[in-house]
Design a protein around this ligand. Structure first.
Ligand code: HEM
Ligand code: HEM
Length: 177
């Protein structure tokens, strides 16, 4: 069966490709920026809901948030395509079932973040869907917890368990595109 139609979990390369690694780190920076600077869209969002005109600086900050967020969505689509076609290396052996379950669950939440945050934000901003704005707003602590667990897991793997989990997200698998 060609890799492109194989289920995600059946594709098991030795490592991530250079494109997957570049996307991971560029998107990590974009998502962190969105989370740290997210509240800057607040004044313009409030002005639109109240039917008033936002200050120019507030509108600029809002446009930056919207543009970067939509960029995250575009890159997420490419990333998912690469995830299906190239796959991902298996987790290192010797992990407990609980650790494996947490790692997979956190990765799932992070994939959800890069897809659902732009969609909910877009529904609120372009479509005026209040509920989408509320969901978007309350997702912030979920993202912070998921990223904290994700980073802690990567650091424990590298410094305590001394596996290659962190280095394989830094150095591409040889011969991979
Ligand atoms: C904040 C935004 C971030 C997002 C959305 C994110 C997302 C993801 C996702 C979805 C995966 C799974 C890739 C796959 O196998 O399909 C992954 C893997 C990984 N991430 Fe992140 N990540 C972020 C930040 C970070 C940071 C700051 C670190 C630094 C320690 C990091 C280290 C790693 C490592 C080492 C892996 C590889 C895990 C493995 O090979 O099993 N990530 N990331
Ligand atoms: C990965 C993508 C995104 C992330 C991580 C993100 C994150 C955030 C955060 C942290 C806030 C502040 C929440 C708070 O008030 O505490 C926020 C607010 C907001 N964002 Fe995003 N955002 C993303 C994409 C987008 C996109 C693409 C749009 C629009 C097209 C958008 C529209 C909004 C709006 C309208 C608000 C104000 C909603 C409110 O706080 O009630 N976001 N975002």
């Amino acid at each position: 069966m060609p890799a492109i139609v194989a289920p995600v979990s059946s594709v098991r390369p030795a490592g991530y490709s250079a494109a997957q690694i570049a996307l991971h780190w560029i998107m990590a920076a974009m998502v962190l920026f969105q989370v740290v600077m997210g509240e800057n869209i607040g004044p313009a969002w409030k002005a639109f809901r109240e039917g008033t005109t936002p200050a120019e600086a507030d509108l600029f900050a809002a446009n930056v948030h919207v543009a970067i967020g939509m960029g995250v969505f575009a890159l997420a689509v490419i990333r998912l395509f690469l995830r299906v076609t190239h796959g991902a290396p298996p987790l290192p052996s010797g992990q407990s079932r609980l650790q494996t379950a947490i790692a997979h669950a956190v990765h799932g939440v992070l994939y959800l973040v890069i897809l659902a945050m732009p969609v909910s934000g877009g529904a609120a901003w372009f479509g005026g869907v209040e509920l989408a704005g509320t969901i978007h707003h309350f997702a912030k602590p979920v993202i912070v917890i998921a990223v904290a667990l994700h980073v802690a897991g990567a650091l424990v793997q590298h410094f305590v368990k001394k596996t290659d989990v962190l280095t394989r997200m830094l150095r591409p698998e040889r011969s991979a595109a």
